[in-house]
Write a protein that binds this ligand. Structure first.
Ligand SMILES: Cc1cc2nc3c(=O)[nH]c(=O)nc-3n(C[C@H](O)[C@H](O)[C@H](O)COP(=O)(O)OP(=O)(O)OC[C@H]3O[C@@H](n4cnc5c(N)ncnc54)[C@H](O)[C@@H]3O)c2cc1C
Ligand SMILES: NC(=O)c1ccc[n+]([C@@H]2O[C@H](COP(=O)([O-])OP(=O)(O)OC[C@H]3O[C@@H](n4cnc5c(N)ncnc54)[C@H](O)[C@@H]3O)[C@@H](O)[C@H]2O)c1
Length: 465
């Protein structure tokens, strides 16, 4: 079909992850195209946040049993039924994706789903990859990101996995070599080790999760080194196939062997595969679609959101940006005035790494706070120093609070330990709504002897520091 014969839509959305969530009832009756090249629903539901956390929970159950004896409860893991774990996760997720696709394909009047690789061929003109070309008044680029694979692995001919397929392995491997020291490496190391797999990690940094506050990164690295075979400050030289799986050759000539290989070295935004130049959308030096605070790209009528344009690569950020785009799609976003437009708020973006132990953070690291010139007051409180931590026999967890000394404003909070993401959320709330540390610590009751007392004590310690 030629561009001249293109079918016209009021709205076209490239990507059915967070992009699909835009279509609430305000869009009923509008003529909408959704373009999706892969599994409907995108990364989070199919291969990201949700399945990984379902595996994380199964891993935690196994870990609890393995550690039960220190509480005077003798128990052991009889067997890991890997295929049942996989079936539990995907038996729940796959139907959700299939139903969401069916809903858009056949139960949403006015919406057309194009299942193909979309590319721009002109201003707001898209080749849908299905033999049809469409035009649209407004376009949303919500095309996400993809896993990076180092050339040494890609060209090796050796079987390897990424987060896209590691959760569907036919069998649990005896050992797993993980290349990378970030989020995905940490989460899958936690999952597979709890299920009995020997873990080796190869990371080029001197610490794991090195983007985190130094105290947290150090604590995690120390704990990881005690239970996994961790190779820090090493790069990959080559990858070889062996009789039992794979051998990874490092830059110092040493080798790390395992039965399976997981590559977890970051993700690339998919804007480079959309021929965005044809529609006037700019990419930055990191390949992200350039957007302003209203999620508008450099081309009239085109918004972008989520991993394709955001440095955060987090689902709650993509969701927030999708809500901003939804609101701005319904306004006249290129009229010249921005008075009516909704702004994205990236001030206090929290994140959690669901590894062992869990990690969560919000705001500045101590290093960044000092580098920004703040006069900081810092306190680290351990789980072992609160009553619930005693109950848990916890020797790993800590909560670090960074305050601006004069105002008592919370600049950053960093937690490693059980339920870190749950413990962090009230601090996110305090930062978002301008609650200072003194009011947060002493202006409310803290349930005794709940685990959040570690946050209360970290706040009080920072106030005294
Ligand atoms: C293993 C893993 C675990 C994660 N865990 C968490 C977590 O616990 N918490 C968290 O906050 N975040 C997590 N994330 C990150 C989170 O999944 C992403 O930030 C989020 O899903 C991005 O949403 P999105 O809508 O931008 O992109 P996606 O959900 O990836 O959607 C983009 C869609 O666009 C499609 N597409 C791309 N290019 C084209 C094209 N040219 N034509 C047609 N379709 C196209 C893709 O197929 C995809 O379906 C995790 C990610 C991974 C990989
Ligand atoms: N719980 C969560 O919110 C969650 C979970 C998983 C993934 N994610 C998102 O997905 C994104 C991707 O995760 P990720 O772990 O792949 O990326 P990451 O950016 O967290 O970590 C990448 C790691 O790979 C290393 N690396 C990069 N290139 C390398 C190379 N050529 N050889 C060896 N090591 C190399 C980096 O030094 C880093 O340690 C994250 O940025 C995160 O935002 C979030």
């Amino acid at each position: 079909m030629s561009v001249a014969e293109a079918e016209h839509f009021e709205l076209a959305i490239i990507g059915s992850g967070s992009g699909n969530t835009i279509l609430t009832k305000q869009f009923a009756g509008k003529k909408v195209a959704i373009l999706e090249q892969g599994t409907f629903g995108g990364t989070c539901i199919n291969v990201g946040c949700i399945p990984t956390k379902m595996f994380v929970y199964a891993a935690e159950v196994a870990r609890t049993v393995r550690h039960a004896s220190k509480f005077g409860v003798d128990a052991h893991v009889d067997k890991i039924r890997w295929s049942d774990i996989v079936d539990r996760v995907f038996g729940r997720i796959d139907p959700i994706s299939a139903d969401a696709e069916d809903f858009r394909r056949s139960r949403t009047p006015g919406t057309t789903l194009f299942s193909g690789h979309a590319e721009f061929v002109g201003p707001r003109t898209i080749d849908t990859g299905t033999g049809r070309v469409i035009t649209a008044d407004q376009v949303v680029i919500a095309a996400g990101s993809r896993a990076n694979v180092p050339a040494e692995v890609a060209s090796s001919g050796v079987e390897f996995h990424t987060s896209d397929d590691i959760m569907r392995l036919p069998e649990l491997p005896e050992s797993l070599v993980i290349i990378g020291g970030g989020y995905i490496a940490a989460e899958f190391a936690g999952i597979f080790s709890a299920l009995g797999v020997s873990i080796s990690i190869v990371a080029r940094g001197e610490k794991l999760l090195r983007h985190l506050d130094q105290d947290i990164s150090e604590q995690f690295t120390t704990l990881a080194q005690a239970k996994w075979d961790v190779h820090l400050g090493r790069t990959l030289a080559a990858v070889h196939k062996t009789e039992s799986g794979v051998s990874v050759e490092l830059d110092d000539g040493s080798r790390v062997d395992g039965s399976a290989l997981l590559v977890a070295v970051g993700r690339t935004p998919n804007g480079d595969r959309l021929n965005v130049a044809a529609t006037g959308v700019e990419l930055d030096n990191d390949g992200r679609v350039v957007v302003d605070e209203f999620q508008r790209t450099t081309a009239d009528g085109i918004f972008a959101l989520g991993d394709v344009s955001s440095p955060y690569l987090l689902k709650h950020v993509a969701n927030h940006e999708a809500r901003v785009v939804r609101d701005n799609l319904l306004r006249n976003a290129w009229s010249g005035s921005t008075d009516e437009l909704v702004r994205t708020d990236h001030r206090f973006v929290p994140a959690a790494v669901f590894t062992d132990p869990q990690i969560a953070d919000v705001g500045l690291t101590e290093e960044d706070a000092r580098a920004a010139g703040h006069d900081v007051a810092v306190h680290v409180h351990t789980y072992a120093d609160v009553a619930y931590g005693w109950a848990m026999e916890d020797e790993e967890g800590l909560c670090k609070i960074i305050l601006e000394r004069g105002t008592k404003r919370i600049l950053g909070a960093h937690i490693i330990g059980a339920q870190a993401s749950t413990l962090l959320q009230p601090i996110v709330q305090a930062m978002q709504f301008g609650l200072d540390a003194r009011t947060m610590a002493r202006g409310q009751y803290w349930i005794h002897p709940g685990l959040p007392e570690v946050v209360e004590n970290a706040l009080l310690g920072a106030l005294r520091a």
